[in-house]
Write a protein that binds this ligand. Structure first.
Ligand code: MG
Length: 257
């Protein structure tokens, strides 16, 4: 009899506790719902099959077949050549190459390879560069065992920001840059409203973390801003006949942000 009573009491206590817990859970869920957002629903984007491949919403600039999306920086046919392996290789002295389409805020994926034949040193070993809006250079250089000024090595924002680490692969191996670029804004009178910013992953490793770009990248003198449009071409550098071997690009795609 005593055991039965105990059992009954225990069951009753359990039932009351469970009901209280459920009520408590309901009220927690109601509280939680106050900070849930259900829209806008992010659109579906299909990732590339393999890492580094263009997703479904990317603008493909170069994928080994043709240079239809590119032109010489100041207009005219691209002077660089497409190799049998689908690489776009600089023809030194033929001039910079620019995207026909203009871009402001964007995500860029680009792959590049330094020549396995080493020639030149410091800034003349595989020098190229990616100029956002034609003005702000993310340096491309063979920085594998190639000392140079550190604000001019691969992964630097030329003469403005030293990369956080040197993530370079050996000459002859393909390397990647994945970049988030925020365009500068200008007032109507041409003065700067807000500077450009850039985040760079070199071979998947963070080398620039949302740094502020100080103005047009300059070889000589301090950077300063000159007004550009909301969107401008992205330019790839031909460093000219500097004694180095020509380097190559492939798999270039952009997502507008
Ligand atoms: Mg350069």
């Amino acid at each position: 009899m005593k055991t039965k009573l105990l059992l009954l009491t225990a069951t009753l206590v359990f039932a009351i506790t469970t009901k209280a817990q459920n009520r408590n859970q309901d009220s927690l869920q109601k509280e939680s719902a106050k900070t849930e957002l259900w829209e806008p629903v992010p659109k579906m984007v299909t990732p590339g099959t393999n890492v580094g491949e263009a997703p479904s919403d990317a603008i493909v600039i170069f994928y080994g077949k043709n240079v239809d999306q590119l032109q010489k920086e100041n207009g005219g046919a691209v002077g660089w050549k497409i190799d049998d392996d689908g690489a776009l290789t600089v023809v030194k002295g033929s001039g910079n190459v620019a995207t026909k389409q203009k871009f402001g805020n964007c995500q860029l994926h680009i792959e590049w390879r330094q020549p396995s034949t080493i020639a030149g040193s410091s800034q003349t070993r595989g020098n190229s560069g990616i100029f956002f809006m034609g003005k702000y250079e993310l340096q491309v250089l063979d920085s594998y065992n190639n000392p140079t000024y550190v604000n001019g090595q691969a992964g630097s924002i030329y003469k403005q920001h030293i990369p956080l680490v040197n993530a370079s692969r050996k000459p002859g191996e393909w390397q990647t840059y994945d970049v988030i670029f925020t365009a500068p804004k200008f007032n109507a009178d041409g003065s700067l409203q807000s500077p450009a910013r850039i985040t760079v992953l070199h071979n998947g490793i963070l080398v620039q973390n949302n740094v502020e770009i100080k103005g047009n990248t300059e070889w000589i003198g301090q950077p300063k801003y000159t007004k550009v449009g909301d969107k401008e071409p992205i330019v790839l550098q031909d460093h000219g006949r500097d004694g180095g071997q020509p380097m190559s690009y492939r798999n270039i795609w952009i997502r507008e942000l």
